[in-house]
Write a protein that binds this ligand. Structure first.
Ligand SMILES: Nc1ncnc2c1ncn2[C@@H]1O[C@H](COP(=O)(O)OP(=O)(O)OP(=O)(O)O)[C@@H](O)[C@H]1O
Ligand SMILES: [Mg+2]
Length: 258
């Protein structure tokens, strides 16, 4: 009877211990799986948040492009043609020849400025004649209006690429050149554009102080330029890379493949 009781007690202790071990292991496995699920959920939320931010930036860029087009057309068609009409009415004015000349010069300047601003906002030349001609035109304007020496080299044939790709490249180039003018302290800027049947390469290098985006922390000052460029290139599934040049300056490479 005692032996029977001893066996029963021993069995109870063994089974009890095993039960507790299994329970403890179950709890550990449960927490492990739970934690993994939580991490996966958090990652999923972070990805969703990033996607949401990207689509917001895309929407802002799209809206800005539409608004710029509207302002450019109004400037060109409304303000530009009004100024041209005034210019043609100058000869009929009863003022001295000297005053007429002064007025004509001022009007010509204003017409030029309106044309330049509307072209910056909506590069019609880009839509009509393509990226290569638009880049030539941009470089010509910059060489006439700044003290930096801009040059451009074109590889491949002068072929058209999809409209959205040409627009993204042109806007990115405008922002890169604007940033160089504002911050790089460069004296020379070189642009190389190579349009191949299945790809478009652009390299913009300057001899300034050298910059890569990680040099800039968002806390310094809110800015949109770098983010917009990245977003535009993402939208066309391209790639953009910044490098500091060994001697001096920055090289930015943009690649798009069909
Ligand atoms: N080529 C460059 N050389 C040196 N610093 C640069 C260059 N490009 C950008 N930066 C630095 O990176 C920062 C962010 O550039 P970003 O184009 O986003 O902003 P921004 O030009 O100041 O303003 P925004 O483009 O929104 O009008 C700049 O404020 C500047 O400090
Ligand atoms: Mg900028």
């Amino acid at each position: 009877m005692d032996g029977q009781q001893g066996v029963d007690l021993g069995t109870i202790v063994i089974f009890g211990t095993m039960g507790m071990i299994i329970l403890a292991m179950g709890v550990i496995v449960f927490f492990f799986i739970y934690q993994q699920r939580m991490v996966a959920k958090q990652n999923e939320l972070a990805i969703q948040e990033l996607e949401h931010q990207k689509s917001l930036i895309h929407a802002v860029i799209q809206t800005r492009e539409i608004e710029q087009r509207r302002i450019a057309l109004e400037l060109h068609d409304d303000v530009g043609s009004t100024l041209t009409a005034i210019k043609f009415s100058v000869p009929q004015l009863t003022i001295s020849a000297e005053e007429k000349e002064q007025l004509s010069t001022n009007l010509n300047n204003a017409i030029q400025k309106v044309r330049r601003i509307s072209n910056d906002l909506l590069p019609s030349i880009l839509e009509e004649l393509g990226l290569q001609t638009a880049v030539r035109n941009l470089i010509k304007n910059l060489n006439e209006n700044t003290s930096i020496e801009f040059s451009a080299e074109f590889g491949g044939e002068e072929r058209r690429q999809p409209k959205e790709v040409e627009l993204a490249y042109y806007r990115v180039l405008q922002e890169l050149l604007n940033n160089i003018l504002k911050y790089a302290e460069a004296t020379k800027v070189e642009i190389v554009l190579a349009s191949e049947p299945l790809s478009l390469h652009m390299v913009v290098s300057d001899n300034g102080k050298g910059f890569v985006p990680s040099d800039h922390t968002e806390r310094e000052r809110p800015s949109l330029g770098l983010r917009n460029m990245e977003s535009r290139i993402q939208q066309i599934h391209g790639n953009m890379r910044y490098e500091k040049l060994p001697a001096a300056g920055t090289k930015v490479t943009v690649v798009w493949k069909k």
